[in-house]
Design a protein around this ligand. Structure first.
Ligand code: PEP
Length: 256
């Protein structure tokens, strides 16, 4: 079975003092969770916090990820950070293609394909985000859009071992509006069947597909119970130790 992954995307939030307090709070709460070993826990702070947070999580089960990476290994790319630098800072995961990167920073599928390859080539896990806008959903374009986002980036020659997909409907991110369990499960199942076409059925069953979009303690339980929802990519709720820990606890208690 797929082990649940609960990942917190801190976005551009937290000073060092605030970050230390948040991680201390998460550590304190998750040690009380039964079956915590059944869940992978990941925090993705902004770049300036990666090294201190690597220290702050030391000795816990929490893993460290980044929110973006450049696809080139080094060079004249002012303001950018490479995969090997992230690895050096203690990261094991990198979020690629978050809808805010696509929308606000013009990252397209072609660029994201390079980034995913760079992350996997650097032996880190790529969490590749896909999702439709509200207009696309209302125009019944959800399947087509998600299929195109997956097809443009995920190919048979890409290692599936360290690949995670995050389905994040753009209209649900930071809006308080969550996909229904049926909507989420339908898209997750479609992604998995596309992964079976790209790789094969056995591999598709091993790749985790996370849900993201206003996941909170009061809706996470139902979403996480869906057969093809293998965890969550959490924005707003991961900035609170109690909310993030509550979602982790729900993931640990789900039996599928
Ligand atoms: C996100 O940014 O990946 C996200 C899912 O945000 P929120 O949980 O706040 O909707």
């Amino acid at each position: 079975m797929r082990k649940a992954l609960i990942a917190g995307n801190w976005k551009m939030n937290k000073t060092l003092a605030e970050a230390r307090e948040l991680v201390a709070g998460i550590r304190e709460q998750i040690v009380k969770i039964n079956n915590i070993g059944d869940v992978d826990v990941l925090i993705c702070p902004p770049f300036q916090l990666l090294m201190p947070m690597a220290k702050a999580i030391d000795g816990s089960c929490i893993m460290l990820g980044a929110q973006n990476a450049h696809h080139e290994p080094f060079g004249a790319f002012t303001g950018e950070v490479s995969v090997s630098m992230l690895k050096d800072a203690g990261c094991t995961h990198v979020i690629i293609g978050h809808s805010e990167r696509r929308r606000l920073f013009g990252e397209d599928n072609a660029l994201l394909a390079k980034k995913v390859r760079a992350v996997l080539h650097g032996d880190l896990t790529a969490i590749y985000c896909v999702g439709e806008t509200l207009e696309e959903r209302e125009a019944n374009q959800t399947d087509r859009v998600i299929r195109a986002q997956v097809a443009a980036v995920i190919a048979r020659d890409i290692s599936s071992d360290r690949l995670v997909i995050a389905y994040e409907p753009v209209w649900a991110i930071g809006t308080g509006r969550t996909a229904t369990t049926e909507q989420a499960q339908a898209v997750h199942a479609a992604i998995r069947s596309q992964l079976a076409e790209i790789y094969d059925l056995a591999i598709s069953k091993k790749i985790r597909v996370l849900y993201g979009g206003s996941m909170k303690p009061d809706n996470a339980g139902q979403l996480l119970q869906q057969p093809d929802v293998d965890g969550g990519l959490i924005g707003g709720a991961c900035l609170s130790a109690s909310d993030f820990s509550a979602i982790i606890s729900l993931a640990a208690s789900v039996s599928k």
